[in-house]
Design a protein around this ligand. Structure first.
Ligand code: COA
Length: 206
């Protein structure tokens, strides 16, 4: 698994996950605009390691799409950061990966000189609200009928310069989550190799 900057080749998979997760998905052109024309934007993807060279573009695209786990977007203008999107494939949720993406974006904003970060979230989105609350995002205002289905959004802010220890906590937690993740993945890979060995040995004996 890797976390890296989004590239043009990721856009089809990102658009497909965006459509799966959000009721107001972005068109492909919005990602093209962000990646190629917005110098204030940083988009990251969390993927399984790159697929081996595929014979056809279609196969490559399908394999590549299945390896995208999630993505996050951050724009920084002056001292103002804005999280534009954050999504994880449903089957990968609840394991700290959403937090990895969020903190990667926050860390990027800090590096770019942001002193506050804003984002909008559906008032009903308990999981996301919990995650943002954990990182001191607080409600700044309520945006009436912000989404196309009529639901309101909370506009949340976090002020990075109000708590000097915040930046350190972000970086320590991110490092810890990434280490835990590597350990879990290594152990899962060892388990699957062991079960493959057992299966093939068993088949041979029968
Ligand atoms: C929001 C989202 C990115 C969170 O990712 P995730 O991987 O599921 O969350 P994590 O496992 O990293 O959890 C981090 C925190 O989120 C909260 N959380 C996660 N699952 C939760 C659940 N089922 N109920 C309540 N809180 C939950 C917890 O605060 C958790 O912290 P903890 O470890 O102290 O318990 C993911 O659920 C998602 O993609 N949702 C759909 C898209 C979306 O809503 N995006 C946000 C738009 S603003």
């Amino acid at each position: 698994m890797q976390i890296r900057l989004m590239e043009g080749r990721d856009i089809p998979a990102v658009v497909s996950l965006d459509r799966q997760v959000f009721t107001d998905p972005w068109p492909e052109s919005a990602y093209v605009q962000e990646l190629y024309f917005n110098t204030n934007a940083h988009y990251f993807v969390l993927t399984l390691l790159d697929p081996a060279q595929a014979r056809t573009w279609h196969t490559h695209r399908r394999r590549h799409a299945s390896r995208l786990i999630g993505f996050v977007g951050m724009r920084v203008e002056g001292t103002h950061g804005h999280i534009s999107t954050l999504a994880l494939r449903p089957e990968w949720r609840g394991q700290g990966l959403g937090e990895v993406l969020l903190l990667t974006a926050v860390d990027q904003a800090i590096r770019d000189g942001a002193r506050m970060i804003a984002l909008e979230v559906r008032v009903s989105n308990q999981v996301a609200l919990h995650l943002y609350g954990k990182w001191q995002f607080v409600q700044y205002s309520r945006l009436q009928r912000y989404y196309s289905d009529g639901e309101d959004a909370y506009l949340l802010h976090v002020y990075l310069d109000r708590d000097p220890a915040y930046i350190l906590r972000v970086r320590e937690r991110l490092a810890q989550l990434l280490t835990d993740l590597q350990i879990r993945l290594a152990s899962a890979a060892a388990d699957s190799a062991e079960s493959y060995e057992t299966t093939t040995t068993g088949t041979g004996a029968a």
